[in-house]
Design a protein around this ligand. Sequence first.
Ligand SMILES: O=c1ccn([C@@H]2O[C@H](COP(=O)(O)O)[C@@H](O)[C@H]2O)c(=O)[nH]1
Length: 281
Amino acid sequence: MTDGTSMAFGARLRVTMDTFGAVCVGIDPHPELLTSWGLPVSAAGVRAFAQTCAEAFAGRVAAVKPQSAFFEEYGSAGIAVLEEILPIFQAAGTPVILDVKRGDIGSTMAGYARAYLADQAPLACDAITVSPYLGFGSLAPAMDLAQQTGRGLFVLALTSNPEGRSVQHVGGAGASVAGAIVTGAAEANARAAGRGELGSIGLVVGATVGSAVRDLGIDLAAANAPILAPGFGAQGGTAAEAAAVFGAALPNVLAASSREVLSAGPDVAALRRRAEAARIV
Ligand SMILES: O=c1ccn([C@@H]2O[C@H](COP(=O)(O)O)[C@@H](O)[C@H]2O)c(=O)[nH]1
């Protein structure tokens, strides 16, 4: 947990969203961004990039979302950078959502859960992204450990990429795959709803999904879930469309933006200004 208190992830995220505005800055050290920041395309470049992001955003935004792929591509040296920056954000009270999109059979999922959601794990973060496509129930070990340690998950429901529809819309209005995932999150968050708190089992719904939530008859607000919304900026999602895309769930939406914000770097003040401009409400 980030702050050493007993607050659950959803409740902590609600506080940071209300304090800083509902923006999650993606920390995605793409090779192109490293070059445009004047950094080498190497683990050393990723380290300098991540340190600048920590200086710009720790204690200043609702959450950050490092994209694990851009660290993993440098092997252990890249992972070491992740291990180095996580505590900086955690010390500043900034929730870290590690975008790793894990999903496996239950017994292996338990291993992934220990890797990211256990208190003493070298890569312990506040929440991770998970894939429910081995069945929502396969996520149970991660949901259980997240609950025990005050951490959270973001379950892929309606992803921002156009290819996602071919899987997530199957079943159609009232019976879609995505709808079943939202129902799973609603059940997991019911107790938190009873306490009047935002749940800790979040959902990923892209800013680019257009009318899908309405067309599929999905009641996103009823899930009482934080909604991580990638797709703003570089992928074409706009703040102007957000109310139509998310409907009554808009107050629970955490807009995620990576390239749009990071392209303002490496100047720290410019990065902060761009993150502020990424707010959708
Ligand atoms: O549906 C999804 C789920 C995750 N992502 C991730 O978010 C960022 C988006 O980066 P931008 O530069 O703001 O486009 C990236 O890490 C993706 O892997 C997503 O885009 N869509």
